[in-house]
Design a protein around this ligand. Structure first.
Ligand code: ZN
Length: 134
């Protein structure tokens, strides 16, 4: 039991203090993955399937006060902009593009977070070898 504990804490020690060389290698790998993704569309948002109320007759089933039956459901892109959020209805062609762009944004953000982790560890453990802003 104590042996297992020792091994775990030893592994954590290694995890906590990665070599600068290893961090630089990881950073290079992530940068190489990032560049082609930046050349594609990326959208910060999510795709939701939801029913809607139409702009037609006020007697439509979707406008009933009790048990309304919504149209659809249809796919929407919920877009999170820098200043406001929007939602647009996705036709088939838009949906395909939106799915790829949303997925691409997710991948880009994961890589950016990974790069940030690396730079944090470099600052924490290897600040003596840092050049300004690099
Ligand atoms: Zn309706």
């Amino acid at each position: 039991m104590s042996e297992v504990r020792y091994t775990t804490s030893y592994m954590e020690k290694i995890k906590r203090k990665p070599s600068l060389r290893r961090l630089n290698e990881k950073r290079e790998k992530l940068r190489k993955e990032l560049i082609p993704l930046l050349r594609k569309s990326f959208i910060r948002g999510s795709i939701r399937i939801q029913g809607n109320r139409c702009g037609g007759s006020k007697n439509c089933k979707c406008k009933r006060k009790v048990n309304p039956i919504l149209h659809g459901p249809y796919p929407y892109l919920s877009f999170r902009g820098s200043k406001s959020n929007h939602s647009i209805l996705l036709g088939k062609a838009k949906k395909e593009h939106a799915e790829k762009a949303v997925d691409n944004h997710k991948k880009i953000m994961e890589i950016l977070i990974g790069l940030s982790d690396i730079d944090f560890q470099v600052l924490r453990y290897h600040s003596d070898k840092l050049k300004d802003g690099k």
